[in-house]
Design a protein around this ligand. Structure first.
Ligand code: NAP
Length: 250
C-alpha cells in the first residue's frame, strides 16, 4: 500500500463522513496526512486512529472559510512535512432549502464554507505545489454541481461553482504539473445525509434515482479520491468524476 508514499496530503472536513475515510485511505497508502476540521475533538480522534493504524497524521482545528486559518494550515504543513502534494477540499455543509426560503445569511454561509474554502485552499496550496514541482488537488462537489436538482438552490449553486473553479485552476496551473479535478458524490451514507438516508420515504426516492440499487459508502468516494491523488491519474486533469451509482447517467 504505497501509492502515496513520501507524499503529504491535506484533507479538510476530516473529522466525519467522507473526509474521515479519505484521510484514512490516503494515510494507508503511505501519505503523511494533515487532517483539518472545525470540530477539533472529532478530527483529533480520527488522527489518533490513523496513528494507531501505523499511519502519519496530524490534526488541526480549521474553519475552511477563514483565510487566516488557511495560511496557518499550509504553513504548519510545510513546517512539519516540507511540502504539500495533495489537497482534498472536502469540507462542506448542506442547505436543504428552496431559493425563496433561503436568507441572505444562509446563502453567504453556504458560499463561504463550500466555495470560498476551495478558492482559499487552492490560493494557499498552489504556490507550495509550484515550488515543489507539482501536485494533485481534488475538490469535492456533488451531483448537485452537475444537474439542477431541486429544493437546495444555494447548495446547488455552490457545488456548480466548485466544478468550474476546479476546471479554471486545472487550466491555469497545468503548466506547473498541478492536476485539479472535482469529485461528484451522489447519495452517500454519512452523518450529513443520515436524516435523509434514514427516512424510508426519502430512501425510496434516492433508490428511484440511482442505477445501482443502493446508496453509496464514504469509503467508495475515498477510493475515487485516492485514484485522482495518485500517479494512476497522472494525465487526468480538469475532469468531473461522479461517484453516484449512476444517478447522472439517467
Ligand atoms: P459530514 O459528515 O457532515 O462531514 C463534513 C465535515 O466538515 C464535518 O466534520 C463538519 O463539522 C465539517 N465542517 C463543517 N463546516 C466546516 C467549516 N466551516 N470548516 C471546516 N470543517 C467544517 O459531510 P459528508 O457527507 O462527509 O460531506 C463531505 C463533502 O461531500 C461535502 O462537501 C458535501 O457537500 C459533499 N457531498 C456529500 C454528499 C452526501 O450524500 N453525504 C453528497 C454529495 C456531496 P461539523 O460536523 O461540526 O459541522
Amino acid at each position: 500500500m504505497t501509492r502515496l508514499s513520501g507524499k503529504t496530503a491535506i484533507v479538510t472536513g476530516a473529522g466525519s463522513g467522507m473526509g474521515l475515510e479519505e484521510a484514512r485511505l490516503l494515510a494507508r497508502e503511505g501519505a503523511s496526512v494533515v487532517l483539518t476540521d472545525i470540530n477539533e475533538e472529532a478530527v483529533r480522534a480520527v488522527a489518533a486512529t490513523i496513528r494507531e493504524e501505523g499511519g502519519e497524521a496530524f490534526a488541526m482545528r480549521h474553519d475552511v472559510a477563514s483565510e487566516e486559518q488557511w495560511a496557518e494550515v499550509v504553513s504548519e504543513t510545510a513546517k512539519r512535512y516540507g511540502k504539500v502534494d495533495v489537497l482534498v477540499n472536502n469540507a462542506g455543509i448542506s442547505m436543504p432549502a428552496g431559493l425563496l426560503d433561503t436568507t441572505v445569511e444562509q446563502w453567504n454561509k453556504v458560499m463561504a464554507i463550500n466555495v470560498t474554502s476551495v478558492f482559499l485552499g487552492m490560493k494557499y496550496v498552489v504556490p507550495n505545489m509550484i515550488e515543489n514541482g507539482g501536485g494533485s488537488i481534488i475538490n469535492i462537489s456533488s451531483i448537485a454541481g452537475l444537474t439542477g436538482g431541486s429544493g437546495a438552490g444555494a447548495y446547488t449553486a455552490s457545488k456548480g461553482a466548485v466544478r468550474m473553479l476546479s476546471k479554471a485552476a486545472a487550466v491555469d496551473y497545468g503548466q506547473h504539473h498541478i492536476r485539479v479535478n472535482s469529485v461528484h458524490p451522489g447519495f452517500i451514507s454519512t452523518p450529513m445525509s443520515s436524516q435523509f438516508v434514514n427516512d424510508p420515504q426519502m430512501l425510496q426516492w434516492f433508490l428511484s434515482q440511482t442505477a445501482l440499487p443502493r446508496v453509496g459508502e464514504a469509503s467508495e468516494v475515498a477510493r475515487a479520491v485516492l485514484f485522482l491523488a495518485s500517479d494512476d491519474a497522472s494525465y487526468i486533469t480538469g475532469v468531473e468524476l461522479p461517484v453516484d451509482g449512476g444517478v447522472t447517467a439517467k
